[in-house]
Ligand binder design. Structure first.
Ligand SMILES: Cc1cc2nc3c(=O)[nH]c(=O)nc-3n(C[C@H](O)[C@H](O)[C@H](O)COP(=O)(O)OP(=O)(O)OC[C@H]3O[C@@H](n4cnc5c(N)ncnc54)[C@H](O)[C@@H]3O)c2cc1C
Ligand SMILES: *[C@@H]1O[C@H](CO)[C@@H](O)[C@H](O)[C@H]1NC(C)=O
Ligand SMILES: *[C@@H]1O[C@H](CO)[C@@H](O)[C@H](O)[C@H]1NC(C)=O
Ligand SMILES: *[C@@H]1O[C@H](CO)[C@@H](O)[C@H](O)[C@H]1NC(C)=O
Ligand SMILES: *[C@@H]1O[C@H](CO)[C@@H](O)[C@H](O)[C@H]1NC(C)=O
Length: 522
């Protein structure tokens, strides 16, 4: 089914419905939720106006913001455009995957060249104007890629060029992975990017990046050859391991702390025929799936095989959507047989392109939503049962607060995944096979935000406790930046790297220009 029409209509309501096409979502669901989208959009506008509080260094008064928008408009080249409330492009530039991380900015700007990004960043810095930098807009933390100041949308950085000789691809910072895979397909190569449809390149790479190739090549940061970076002082530089080893280390997990990235050069890997897709299991099959998951997590040694088992509580009951991937046209027998043998409620598995595997995985976005994370070392029958228990426990409990989806992703990578790369901002530890469990809660009423945020924290602690009691040394294990809630302590994500990161930050951004943008700050 094609959803392009609905997508363009709905995108004007500050949310990405393209990712809404879940296995279990009917057009009827979209219809039902539509009034809530309008409602939450209005509420967020009010909340946003109420939170326009000046901070020590920022100057966000409405008239000042408007002046800065006008200055930007005058200063940039014809490759870039400023948009104001009322234009569909303004709405699209502010839109996020969940409307709870969308804000109403004073204006938006779509830079078309790195030189214009430099002009914009210098103006924002000298005027101390709060701003946001958005790639694919998939982060669920409010203010991380949104703002009530000037919203920079990187969407015009949308080209991919493949270099056969170096086997690398230069990828624009405004892209989503789906479009990157489409562009690389004719060359018979892939990159270590997003595993489901719609996710942005920039935040994903700048935070770490767990991909379908992670067992084989490490995190996406381990595959970066170069960043084209507009530094806070406006200088446009190519950052590589040779040109500036410290900054290169910092950018591998450091998000927007060091400037605005306009282009990523990533290593490519050969491949055009892959195997995979999604099998959905109903409540009756959960014990069999739990057993199969435990066997896969402990017995699979083939780095080409990966899964994401999403334990989803939606509409009053639990199901497990198991997304499977194999780097090759057919998996050897034995690897996925357990999963294929269990009776399912739907099955979409075949030999297909990389893009097709990724687009088989659609994560439903509710009106409001947030991610969080628990890190463990081993998916055993005990820890898997705990994940299933948390899914049903919170799924039932949060129904009264307007839950739309309560979801936990089990991602049993090989313990060797951190051995493929050099030191990086994230992960701070590379000698243990830490496995992030992604918690993804979605709900409708804005008044329930605090309830869901606190449930996410409580549940992540519970899962950690279960693992600790089972003998896993994870009480202080690193938490993945791209899954962590906004108030997660920096020490829990960057660990012993923090002093080095703070020193790099002080050198590259002495005036703390990037402090005017939200996100995890060194
Ligand atoms: C459905 C879904 C599936 C996901 N699957 C995975 C997965 O398989 N593996 C995984 O590792 N993660 C996954 N994630 C998490 C994902 O990596 C983060 O949400 C990521 O931040 C998304 O990138 P984005 O560009 O869309 O984010 P945005 O919201 O646009 O940006 C996120 C952060 O990056 C900063 N940023 C964006 N662009 C730039 C730039 N050009 N220069 C400097 N800073 C910038 C922003 O300011 C912000 O702080 C998933 C998320 C969702 C919602
Ligand atoms: C969820 O429940 C609603 C109302 O009971 C129903 O109309 C809808 O089809 C259900 N959706 C799924 C995916 O089961
Ligand atoms: C505004 O957005 C539409 C839809 O994406 C696009 O076709 C159009 O070119 C944009 N306008 C400008 C000036 O960028
Ligand atoms: C499981 O799958 C394999 C391979 O497809 C098949 O040979 C075997 O008979 C199946 N076992 C059961 C119990 O269905
Ligand atoms: C299920 O989870 C809840 C909430 O974390 C917890 O209180 C309860 O003890 C768990 N039950 C089992 C059997 O683990």
């Amino acid at each position: 089914m094609k959803w392009s029409t609905q997508q363009s209509v709905f995108s004007s309501f500050s949310c990405r419905l393209s990712t809404f096409i879940a296995l279990r979502t009917s057009p009827f669901d979209l219809f039902l939720l539509f009034p809530f989208y309008i409602m939450t959009w209005k509420i967020s506008t009010v909340v946003v106006l109420a939170t326009l509080l000046p901070s020590a260094f920022a100057n966000p008064s409405p008239s000042n913001l408007h002046q800065v928008c006008t200055k930007i408009q005058r200063a940039v080249s014809s490759s870039s455009t400023v948009f104001y409330p009322g234009s569909a492009n303004y709405t699209a530039d502010n839109a996020h995957w969940v409307s709870s991380s969308t804000e109403s900015s004073a204006c938006t700007v779509e830079p078309g060249t790195a030189a214009d990004v430099s002009v914009i960043l210098k103006l924002l810095g000298s005027n101390k104007t709060p701003f946001g930098v958005k790639g694919g807009g998939h982060i669920t933390n409010l203010g991380f890629s949104s703002t009530t100041g000037v919203q920079i949308s990187m969407r015009r950085f949308s080209s991919v060029t493949y270099d056969t000789k170096s086997q690398t691809a230069e990828i624009g910072a405004g892209m989503i992975w789906d479009d990157v895979y489409t562009a690389l397909e004719p060359h018979g190569v892939v990159v270590a990017g997003g595993r489901v449809s719609g996710v942005g390149v920039a935040g994903f790479v700048l935070g770490g990046g767990y991909s379908w190739l992670t067992n084989q090549v490490g995190l996406t940061v381990d595959t970066v050859a170069a960043y084209e970076l507009v530094k806070p002082n406006g200088k446009i530089v190519s950052v590589t391991a040779q040109s500036d080893p410290d900054l290169f280390f910092g950018l591998k997990g450091g998000f927007n702390n060091f400037g605005i990235v306009t282009k990523f050069t990533l290593k490519t890997f050969p491949g055009s025929k892959f195997w995979g897709g999604v099998i959905a299991y109903g409540p009756d099959q959960i014990p069999a799936v739990e057993a199969a998951l435990a066997r896969f997590a402990n017995k699979n040694t083939d780095p080409k095989a990966e899964i994401i088992a999403a334990c989803n509580f939606m509409n009053g009951s639990m199901q497990i959507d198991n997304i499977m991937f194999y780097d090759g046209p057919t998996p050897p027998s034995g690897v996925f047989d357990d999963f294929l043998n269990i009776t399912s409620i739907s099955k979409d598995v075949s030999t297909r392109s990389y893009l097709s595997v990724v687009q088989a995985g659609q994560v439903p976005a509710g009106a409001r939503g947030a991610f969080h994370v628990a890190t463990i070392l081993d998916f055993t029958p005990t820890t898997i049962a705990a994940v299933v228990n948390e899914t049903t426990f919170w799924g039932n409990k949060l129904a009264a607060d307007g839950a739309f989806l309560v979801s936990y992703n089990i991602e049993p990578f090989l313990p060797s995944i951190y051995s493929h790369g050099a030191a990086s901002a994230y992960p701070p530890v590379r000698n243990a096979g830490y496995l992030p469990i992604n918690l993804n809660f979605a709900w409708t009423p804005a008044k329930s935000d605090a309830v869901f945020h606190s449930a996410l924290k409580q549940s992540a602690l519970q899962l950690t406790d279960v693992a600790v009691h089972a003998g896993q040394a994870v009480a202080q294990a690193p938490l993945y930046t791209n899954y962590a809630l906004a108030d997660t302590p920096m020490e829990r994500m960057y660990g012993a790297n923090l002093p080095r990161l703070r020193a790099i930050k002080a050198r590259v951004d002495p005036g703390n220009v990037m402090g005017l943008a939200g996100g995890f700050k060194f």
